[in-house]
Write a protein that binds this ligand. Sequence first.
Ligand SMILES: [Zn+2]
Length: 462
Amino acid sequence: MPIEADLAITNITVINPTQDPLVQMTVLIKDNRIVRIGRHINIGDNTVTVNGQDKYLIPGLWDFHVHLTFDSLVTPSMYDLFIANGITSIRDTGGLIEKMLPLIEQAEGDPQRYPRVMWAGPLLDGKTVVYDGSGPFNPEIGVGINSPGLAREMVEKLEAAGVDLLKAYEMLEPEIYEAILTIAQEKGLPVTGHVPLSMDVVSASNAGLSSMEHFRNIEMSAATNATQLLEERRKLLAKGLDTPGSALRQSIHQTQRIEAVRNIDSTKLERIAEVLATNNTVQIPTLGIAGARMHALWNEEEWLETFNSLSESTKAIWLANANSLSNSEASTENLEYARFCYSLVKYLADRNVKILAGTDTPIFLLTPGFSLHKELQFLVNAGLSERDALAAATIRPAEYFDMQHELGLIKEGYLADMVILGANPLEDISNTQDVRGVIKDGRYFDRSKLDALLGNRIQKID
Ligand SMILES: [Zn+2]
């Protein structure tokens, strides 16, 4: 009996990061689900067939650290750039409710056309707020919370708005931070964050933190003089209440970061790794940001070409920024910190701390969509296997949201989010960039449709 479906991809190599590749497979899709995977399947006449010979099928990718509302000039391009790059799910890690809601509505209104969006709402910050809207590099994506009562009010408001997680930020005081985590646990919401400057990473993780972004402030807790650094930080925070949040945070980082990186206590770092692994506080290293000046993507012609998919006005601004970055020298401290972040990837992965792939796009000229593929390369350069890098952008993110039973793998019954590649990503992770087709919630985008998504931007926006 022939099997009728909406779409069949034939003769393709199926790559799940959890098992060895399956060659010469046929994958059948009906509605938004994978209904059958196997060989010698008799396909019905009404099924659209895509020949997958010499191609590779991977689960739809996630970018696990995105800011849809960071730059309003870029916002309208982002969904298309994600889909065109095979990123079928994203996690937004900071944006105001009222700015996020229309975007969530848009994505949920047409799931076959837009990526799946999990979102955190604003950065929950302290008495001073880092992202307070004071300038183009500090858009208003944070809110200040200065009492446990306000923490509850805010979390309840966010829950009512439909957020999927919370994001605790750097200027939070310990008792407010702990209140947020307690309320989040009541509500069953994961909490991601930066370790607050007023805390150490062990107590932040022990309070129930689900994930940490950019390895932020790990070095300060792993330094030989960690206790002294923490005391100093608390004094600086108390003294700096009248200083703008971004300036205060920056000066603390400048005072403590490199000193800490140069004085890592290996026993303390071992202990931190153990706590993160035990608590399953997963890590999103965002090497694209941490190593931005080391990678200097702005010097690469190929990277500048990705700006062509942005609106004309954005492209002009980004090219000008790229130009000024090309003319500025990276400081030794900056490169030292980047190397430290790189070293943590393998160190923590070897100690069973999960690593997930996120970019922080559109910050620092990280073009939406394209930048996730770069992040995968960076993770492999930092010592992850190709397979683990692929897991970092597929099954690991699904697990984070407890969706591993229907997303993140190519399996019968799973949601049909997949990417067709022209070459094997397990041989070279940069092959994820060779996107030949994308399937989102069962809808197939061939290469010409993906090109249209990349090309249409300019027309649509200006
Ligand atoms: Zn971010």
